[in-house]
Design a protein around this ligand. Structure first.
Ligand code: COA
Length: 161
């Protein structure tokens, strides 16, 4: 498969919003985490388009898309962050908010190339830490492990009855 990876543009907003919906539905069906239960598609896509549009206008965000045969095959959204800079020494971090590859394009290196883009931006910007949170399963651990990510924290959740 041949695909290209480039910076996202305002023209990509609607495809990005639809892909985020697909991603959310997949994660919801798999893990049933009530925090991430998506709204109905139309409502989700409308609001998601506004979110992407805003992020694309902000210089805090790095958004890349992978295109295969003119169609969106995947995307990554990351944010250049400062974690309470008034008290912590670490100046800049990059937090990867979302990474998604369409089912039809998986296992062909698309996800890795998208993440490599973020890692190379980190190098360019002299950012030493790239971090993210993800569902813990064999695939994600294998994927991020291969890129050199290590587990350093757990998210905990309690359902109140
Ligand atoms: C996780 C995800 C981004 C991987 O994208 P991808 O383009 O398929 O990944 P790549 O082809 O670059 O895979 C790189 C390596 O990751 C590992 N990997 C990827 N998918 C895997 C799977 N299903 N099972 C086991 N290992 C897997 C392999 O080591 C693979 O290398 P290999 O193919 O040479 O063995 C994609 O499956 C996805 O979008 N999932 C749904 C959304 C999601 O969970 N996002 C991540 C959490 S935010």
């Amino acid at each position: 498969m041949s695909f290209l990876v480039r910076k996202a543009k305002q023209l990509d907003v609607s495809d990005l919003a639809k892909a985020w919906y697909d991603m959310s539905l997949e994660i919801w069906r798999k893990h049933k985490c009530p925090i991430y239960k998506p709204k109905p598609k139309e409502e989700f896509v409308k609001a998601a388009s506004e979110i992407f549009s805003r992020k694309l206008r902000s210089n805090k965000y790095l958004i890349f898309v992978a295109i295969e045969n003119g169609t969106l095959a995947g995307f990554v959204v990351a944010r250049v962050d400062h974690y309470v800079p008034s008290v912590f020494v670490q100046e800049k971090l990059i937090y990867v908010e979302k990474l998604f590859v369409a089912k039809r394009a998986r296992r062909k290196g698309v996800g890795s190339v998208l993440m490599e883009k973020i890692l190379s931006e980190a190098k360019k910007k002299h950012v030493r830490i790239v971090y993210l949170s993800t569902e813990i399963d064999d695939r994600n651990l294998a994927f991020y492990g291969k890129l050199g990510f290590e587990r350093y924290q757990y998210k905990l959740m309690k359902m109140i009855k």
